[in-house]
Design a binder for this molecule. Structure first.
Ligand code: FAD
Length: 479
């Protein structure tokens, strides 16, 4: 968790509903493990949403679930949901609680469903190169198992140590090498999901592609615990690469750097890492006064060599930088310690990752940074491009501000301004962190009439709105 909770009395921000005694009775009767311990409930009342890291620093937890339930099988998850559905008790699925948008916060109380005890590797098919794994498995446990066999899923988010397979899928996450290995929605081949009424559903898992109606796996990927609980997933595998090449360049402007990235990707080169930093981020990370480009590729020697040749051809107008830039990035890329000390000093800081087409990325970059800086008390708004595709890329903004009072009001205003700028310029609200509670208020605008379709799916699969009410803007108040 991001910050140790202070000892003594903690205030709870969101008043949850009280838990009917029958729920505890039914859980006990079925032998499902749960705890009513106050410390555990406080801890399971929060995730890594930066706003709430600030609250925790001041002795406040976002929520207090009535009970923390720790199932060990899909059948137990189904039993928990049947009980919750019968008593109309909200259920918040939780993996590593590393989500940064408040999706794992049980704001309405009820059951915090901790899935981390479901962490086994179920099967591996080394011929077809797939692995089936329970959703509560953390990244290192999965990768250690696979890499001993010379294999990898290739999904390495910055939160690799903190997040679970279920959380990756529920949020449509992206690893740092996703240009080569894909986002999690590209990697998944099938799911086991438990619906709100306890029905167990399996999707996909019948080979690489199907034309048997819409892809039901993708209905649940990105549903952030609002449509069902993912209990296991089948993921594709790659050979673990033992050959890598790296390179660093710098550009005079973000525009020139983005253009080079676009040309590289549109020549079908897929360097695993192709990250472009604006000048403030280049100064902060690499002590460079130009826009740094970090490039890394891995895999078969010939493919890597061809990729790096294309990169160097498209960076012909750029300055070649020392490889130490890439080494520095590799060494510090999973350092997650920066946020807490800042929030503890009442400096508001957060990140906003979005996606957009190449044709509007520059306008989005300019509009979002201008919108953030126009909010009184903003100190900085910076950006790097972190994941690139044939038709566009992810821009990852970092903002900080020092409001004299009303930190939450400032925080809300920045998100309002930045999200409006993204939508106005045709971008997607989020590339990989998801919506959670923080972005829920923007979803109707982001999806247009599609939001009604999503709401109808929700009503059909979870008519009593017990699953993560409020998250994704569905089934309750978000924040
Ligand atoms: C420092 C830091 C760096 C990060 N870097 C990245 C990054 O590089 N890439 C990236 O994609 N994300 C990143 N994140 C965000 C976060 O780690 C991801 O969203 C991650 O996938 C969440 O996984 P989790 O297991 O912690 O899920 P949680 O935080 O526990 O849950 C996230 C959401 O998924 C739901 N959920 C969890 N498990 C299930 C399940 N089994 N079934 C149904 N719903 C479920 C929850 O209800 C919640 O809505 C970062 C976070 C931090 C703190």
């Amino acid at each position: 968790m991001p910050i140790a909770l202070p000892s003594g009395d903690l205030r709870v921000r969101f008043a949850g509903e009280s838990l009917p005694a029958e729920v505890i009775h039914s859980l006990t009767e079925r032998g499902i493990h749960f705890t009513l311990d106050a410390d555990q409930r406080h801890d399971h009342g929060r995730d890594w949403w930066p706003l709430t890291i600030g609250w925790a620093a001041h002795g406040e937890v976002p929520a207090l679930p009535g009970v923390v339930v720790q199932p060990v099988t899909t059948e137990e998850v189904a039993a928990v949901l049947r009980i919750a559905n019968e008593h109309r008790v909200p259920v918040t699925p939780q993996g590593g609680r590393s989500g940064v948008v408040g999706g794992a916060i049980p704001a309405t109380g009820g059951i915090a469903l901790d899935l981390t005890k479901m962490n086994s590797i179920v099967t591996i098919d080394e011929e077809s190169m797939t692995v089936t794994v329970e959703s509560g498995c953390f990244g290192p446990d999965l990768e250690n198992y696979l890499q001993e066999r010379g294999l990898t899923v290739g999904h390495f988010p910055q939160s690799f140590d903190l997040a679970t397979v279920g959380g990756w899928l529920a949020c449509r996450g992206a690893g740092q090498l996703s240009n080569r290995y894909g986002k999690i929605e590209d990697i998944v081949r099938g799911l086991t999901v438990v619906l709100a009424d306890g029905t167990i559903v399996t999707t996909g898992n019948r080979g690489p592609r199907a034309a048997v109606g819409p892809d039901l796996t993708q209905v649940f990927v990105g549903s952030e615990g609002t449509l069902g609980i993912i209990t296991s997933a089948t993921l594709t595998l790659r050979r673990h690469a033992d050959y890598r090449e790296i390179a660093a360049y710098s550009f005079a402007s973000v525009h020139d750097g983005l253009e080079a990235c676009r040309r590289i990707i549109q020549r079908d080169a897929r360097p695993a890492v192709l990250r472009l930093y604006d000048v403030p981020e280049s100064q902060r990370n690499f002590h460079l006064d130009r826009c740094a480009l970090v490039v890394l590729d891995e895999g078969e020697v010939e493919y890597v060599a061809t990729t790096m040749k294309i990169v160097s051809e498209e960076c012909v107008g750029a300055q070649r930088e020392d490889d130490s830039v890439v080494h520095h990035w590799l060494e510090h890329r999973n350092n997650v310690s920066a946020l807490t000390p800042l929030w503890s000093r009442d400096i508001v800081v957060d990140t906003i990752e979005i996606a957009g087409p190449w044709s509007t990325l520059m306008p989005i970059y300019e509009a979002v940074t201008a919108a953030i800086l126009a909010v009184p008390s903003s100190v900085t708004a910076t950006m790097h491009q972190s994941h690139a595709y044939q038709d566009g890329a992810c821009l990852y903004f970092t903002f900080a501000g020092r409001p004299e009072s009303d930190l939450e009001g400032y925080y809300r205003s920045v998100w309002d301004a930045a999200s409006a700028a993204v939508l106005e310029h045709g971008g997607a609200l989020s590339h990989h962190h998801g919506v959670g509670r923080n972005r829920a208020r923007f979803v109707p605008d982001a999806l247009g009439s599609g939001f009604d379709v999503l709401a109808r799916i929700k009503d059909s699969l979870d008519p009593h709105h017990i699953l993560n009410p409020g998250v994704l803007g569905l089934g309750g108040v978000a924040w």
